[in-house]
Write a protein that binds this ligand. Structure first.
Ligand SMILES: [Zn+2]
Ligand SMILES: [Zn+2]
Length: 80
């Protein structure tokens, strides 16, 4: 059984001298070494000044989102 030609990889060859993992990467990225970056959901912080809490909605933490929403609604009601 042949092994993958990628250094440090000892998986059996699937195609073109590459194992299934590296062959997939080759097909997807054109390079067996490139790992597709997964779309990680990075924890965003609340955009409120000096607030370190993680944002839950619209870039605000739960507390500030509530404030934001209330303010927003108040303004909205004022217009009507
Ligand atoms: Zn491989
Ligand atoms: Zn906040």
């Amino acid at each position: 059984m042949k092994e993958c030609t990628i250094e440090g990889c000892s998986q059996p060859v699937k195609a073109r001298g590459l194992c299934s993992t590296h062959h997939q990467r080759m097909l997807r990225n054109g390079c067996p070494h490139t790992i597709r970056k997964k779309m990680k959901k990075e924890p965003k912080q609340c955009q409120w000044v000096n607030c370190q809490a993680p944002s839950v909605s619209k870039g605000f933490c739960s507390r500030h989102y509530y404030v934001y929403r209330t303010t927003h609604l108040d303004n909205h009601n004022a217009v009507q």
